[in-house]
Ligand binder design. Structure first.
Ligand code: ATP
Length: 134
């Protein structure tokens, strides 16, 4: 997912270029304007955290581009490409990562990636409903 700061900063084409050059296929993509309810469901694991109100404000601040991307070892490879959650730290420790390129700090980190096959399945059906393989 390209988050609102990534879209606003015009990073969409650059991020897609990295995705394709890294051997992923973009299987589905759609823009969404999330509302409070969507963000609360999507990030339910964080709903008790102190940063949650800011996260809701951030994630509803503009449209997001959600993509289903496919390759062997996609989840680990995508997480490695985006870099650490804190984009400020990523600029130092992972200067070639996507978050170093377009993020700002631990909240405004411009992209999301599913962290397990289970969360990928949940998140794909969250946005696209059930997608049949092939
Ligand atoms: P994502 O789930 O978006 O790919 P992540 O798995 O790297 O990110 P999580 O710990 O799941 O990180 O946090 C989800 C999102 O909540 C982060 O991407 C970030 O936007 C926000 N967030 C996480 N930690 C903080 C924090 N300490 N302060 C503010 N926002 C935070």
């Amino acid at each position: 997912m390209i988050k609102p700061d990534g879209i606003r900063g015009n990073f969409t084409n650059q991020i897609k270029r990295v995705i394709l050059q890294s051997g992923f296929v973009i299987v589905h993509e759609m823009m969404f304007q999330l509302d409070v309810r969507n963000v609360t469901l999507f990030y339910s694991e964080h709903s008790e955290k102190s940063f949650f109100p800011n996260l809701v404000e951030y994630m509803t601040s503009g449209p997001v581009l959600v993509m289903v991307i496919e390759k062997t070892n996609a989840i680990a490879d995508w997480r490695a490409l985006i870099g650490p959650t804190d984009a400020g730290k990523a600029k130092v420790s992972h200067p070639n990562s996507i978050r170093a390129m377009c993020g700002s700090n631990s909240e405004r980190n411009c992209v999301h990636g599913s962290d397990s096959p289970q969360s990928a399945a949940r998140e794909i059906s969250f946005f696209f409903g059930e997608i049949s393989p092939g």
